[in-house]
Ligand binder design. Structure first.
Ligand code: GLU
Length: 317
């Protein structure tokens, strides 16, 4: 089957080393199979992701030597490629789920949610106890009449969602106990990440999702959504995270690791060389271009271990 991969960065700032690693591995994983790459800008929260950040992100990804076959700037048949312009698709997806009885309004306030959910043992995410699912028609009507605007939740079954990750192996999650009924549209009208990603991956014909393992636990619910929406389910390969020597996750807050700093102090080949070395794709952090890595790319080299960016790594830039 033809491979279609994607990068799906959120432009809430400049991209940083961790995002670049995901983009590089997504690109290599698709290109090695002769596949296509779609760039999608995940700017759902337009207040945090102004459009100029998305445009900057496209320039930054090109600077690294990565290209895409469909996406902003060049267009393509499954556009638009900014989530902020795709709300009609999310609305249609929500309606489709609603027509199957899989959606209900949730009127809980933030305070009520804290009381109505328990932190999940494995990752601290809160699992909603489904109290608005159990409202009687009269109670629901009274809440509507009270004028509070609800969020909309997807009603998950008491089933196990499982898949085999291309890098992390077999995964399983009880949708009701480990995840719970989750938000599809916030009370302020913004569509939730889970719905938007599933609707987009489905509509864009994505066959391979490559992204940080911090999203591993979101995957069973995205697969569930894709199935309910009638889309084929892609393959998933999650990517190790980059850590500081003290074990902290590198993030956008580490300003010196964003691409603006890298452009001022390094070259795209050095950045790619460093990441390829950290990811086990070459024995030394030597400068390299992404296309030189295509031939020998393998997930077995990358592995599941998070990667520490230490002083030796810095020297390579
Ligand atoms: N937009 C998300 C991020 O930048 C990635 C979402 C995904 O790959 O599914 O972290």
């Amino acid at each position: 089957m033809a491979v279609t991969g994607r990068f799906a960065p959120s432009p809430s700032g400049r991209i940083h080393l961790g995002n670049i690693l995901c983009c590089l591995l997504a690109w290599l994983s698709a290109r090695q199979k002769g596949g296509r790459v779609i760039l999608r800008i995940e700017d759902l929260d337009i207040a945090r992701c102004p459009r100029r950040y998305g445009e900057q992100m496209c320039r930054d990804i090109r600077w690294l030597g990565l290209d895409w076959d469909e996406g902003p700037v060049i267009g393509g048949p499954s556009g638009p490629y900014e989530q902020s312009r795709r709300t009609a698709l999310y609305q249609a997806a929500l309606r489709r789920l609603e027509a199957q009885g899989l959606v209900y309004p949730c009127f809980c306030t933030r305070k009520e949610l804290l009381a109505a959910s328990a932190p999940h043992a494995s990752d601290g995410a809160r699992v909603y106890d489904g109290r608005c699912r159990r409202l009687s028609p009269q109670e629901r009507a009274a809440l509507w009449a009270g004028g509070r605007s609800p969020a909309w939740r997807g009603q998950v079954p008491a089933e196990t969602g499982s898949f085999v990750d291309g890098n992390y192996g077999p995964q399983a999650q009880r949708l009701d106990r480990d995840c719970g009924d989750f938000i599809l549209r916030r009370s302020d009208g913004v569509y939730a990440y889970q719905l938007a990603v599933a609707a987009d991956d489905g509509a864009m014909g994505i066959t391979r999702v490559v992204r940080g393992w911090d999203l591993l636990s979101s995957t069973p619910r995205q697969i569930w959504l894709l199935e309910q929406l009638g889309y084929p389910v892609p393959a998933y390969c999650h990517v190790p995270l980059l850590l500081a020597p003290d074990g902290r996750r590198l993030s956008k807050r580490d300003r010196d690791l964003d691409v603006g700093y890298l452009q001022a102090h390094s070259t795209p080949e050095k950045v790619t060389g460093l990441l390829a070395w950290l990811a086990g794709l070459q024995p030394r952090p030597e400068p390299v271009q992404p296309r030189e890595l295509i031939g020998d790319f393998a997930w077995t080299k990358v592995g599941a271990q998070d990667k520490v960016v230490d002083e030796a790594a810095w020297q390579a830039l």
